[in-house]
Write a protein that binds this ligand. Structure first.
Ligand code: PLP
Length: 483
């Protein structure tokens, strides 16, 4: 592809991108293909000869697009959003055009220095104390892994990275039963082992019970184990539960245990002063992660990871082969030592574009809207005779259950699984589920960039219409009999 053709095709692609974003509402939100549908349309052998771009692009539209779930659809309310925005997309185009490998300051000074400044901007925007220094990770899972490595090093006086974990008492980790699976995954990778993760009991709201935490720490100490890290969640994935940071922080400070805070989703809401109450006690934390790629209009991937003492992590990860030596390493942070991969994408550019394009005020308005619309929806759910609002609104997340009278718990699970299947097969909206108090519940998280309040209403109308069909005489019995 020569420069002239690249220019022409790029114009075509950009036109398609703008059309797509304007019309994304017309697609089914969740892809409607079946497993294997895409695979069977891709030739088994790689092509011997090059093909014209126009054909590739046609195949993208014909084969790939139907196999995509549209995360940028305004009626996407599943999981947590991975939202995006036009300035972020444009930055990503520039990033991929520069195609720089930003592993060292020297290999891309602007990427390194912009990352430093953007993490300072984000820190101010969410009112994190100045004591925190940040870097960009690909995901919250990677950030939590790094936090666990830093905690491991602190607990072993910096020895584990050199000599391994033998010779030390077993190291333990504490997190709530509602915490994200990345904590356990990090524990497996960092050498703690999944069995050393204590899933601390939660209270009625799904938040970690500080008394249960103290008890778990004491029990382990008495048994000769070495508590190394507590991971608190601000906005746990299932129901958005918010752990009591201040109480947990007082315990970790007293017991001298590393405290990591996972605010992967909820962290973006901290740009709203009225939501910062959940940050009370952050001064006790040693590390903190949140994902601008979830709710801050910045394309996946972009996870902001903060540490109070980055040296604990850097000392564990830094290795200096001759081929990586560079003069600037003394003066500038070399972010390759702040995470697992050596190679780094230029992720700070999209943050810069997003933060400058919208400014704090507009970002606040967009997130505040999401929270307000979720609250209004929660009222509708609570008022509906056949539904029960099981949880929330917690920020912009609610969880509910279709709960007609006269059904047993197991029957309700079947009915709600079936309701969710029908909703997602229908395609007008996309929701996901979790378990709450032993029951299957449907989650709805508002957070998509292009969502307006009417889309939330439309999603709820879809849910209630499909629920009415399910509850029609004969239909409910048929569904329950089928199981
Ligand atoms: N922590 C929480 C609370 C989450 O909700 C998620 C994902 O939804 C993660 C961590 C993992 O995020 P990532 O995909 O960036 O690893």
């Amino acid at each position: 592809m020569d420069s002239k053709e690249f220019r022409n095709q790029a114009h075509t692609v950009v036109d398609w991108m703008a059309d797509y974003l304007e019309s994304v509402e017309q697609y089914p939100v969740r892809s409607q293909v079946k497993p294997g549908d895409i695979l069977q349309q891709i030739t088994r052998q790689p092509p011997e000869k090059g093909e014209p771009f126009s054909e590739l692009f046609e195949d993208f539209k014909r084969i790939i697009l139907p196999g995509m779930t549209h995360w940028q659809h305004p009626r996407f309310f599943a999981y947590f959003s991975a939202n995006s925005s036009p300035p972020s997309i444009l930055a990503e185009i520039l990033t991929t055009t520069l195609a720089a490998q930003c592993m060292l300051w020297e290999t891309s000074p602007a990427a390194n220095e912009l990352e430093t400044r953007m993490l300072e901007w984000l820190r101010q925007l969410i009112d994190l104390p100045e004591a925190f220094t940040g870097s960009i990770q690909d995901s919250a899972s990677s950030a939590t892994l790094c936090a666990l490595i830093a905690a491991r090093e602190r607990a072993t006086q910096g020895q584990a990275a050199r000599t391994g974990l033998h010779g030390h008492p077993p190291l333990t980790i504490y997190t709530s039963a509602e915490a994200h699976s990345s904590v356990e995954k990090g524990a497996r990778i960092a050498g703690f082992g999944a069995d050393q993760v204590r899933k601390v009991t939660v209270t009625g709201t799904g938040a970690m019970d500080p008394q249960a935490l103290t008890q778990a720490l004491n029990t382990d100490r008495e048994a000769g184990l070495l508590p190394a890290c507590v991971v608190a969640s601000l906005g746990a994935t299932g129901l958005g539960s918010i752990d009591p940071l201040r109480e947990i922080g007082a315990i970790t400070a007293e017991q001298k245990v590393f405290l990591h805070v996972d605010a992967a989703w909820a962290g973006s809401a901290l740009i709203l002063p009225e939501q910062r109450v959940m940050l009370g006690g952050i001064e006790f934390a040693d590390s903190f992660v949140f994902n601008p790629h979830k709710w801050l209009f910045t394309n996946f991937d972009c996870s902001a990871f903060y540490l109070k003492n980055p040296d604990e992590l850097v000392n564990a990860l830094a290795i200096m082969p001759a081929y990586l030596e560079s003069a600037a390493g003394e003066q500038m942070p070399e972010y390759r030592d702040w995470g697992v991969p050596l190679g780094r994408r230029f992720r700070a550019l999209k943050l810069w574009f997003v933060l400058r394009s919208y400014g704090a005020e507009r970002l606040q308005t967009m997130i505040r809207n999401h929270i307000d619309w979720a609250a209004a929806l929660a009222d509708n759910v609570a008022a509906h005779p056949d539904f029960e609002l099981v949880s929330g609104p917690t920020l912009a997340l609610i969880a509910f259950q279709l709960n007609p009278r006269g059904l047993t718990g197991p029957q309700l699970d079947i009915v709600n699984e079936e309701l969710l299947r029908r909703i997602n097969d229908d395609g007008r909206t996309y929701l996901t589920k979790t378990r709450a108090h032993g029951r299957t519940v449907i989650r709805l998280a508002v957070g998509q960039t292009y969502t307006e309040q009417r889309h939330v209403h439309e999603a709820w109308s879809t849910v209630t219409a499909i629920a009415a069909e399910l509850l029609a005489p004969g239909e409910l019995a048929r569904v329950l009999d089928g199981y």
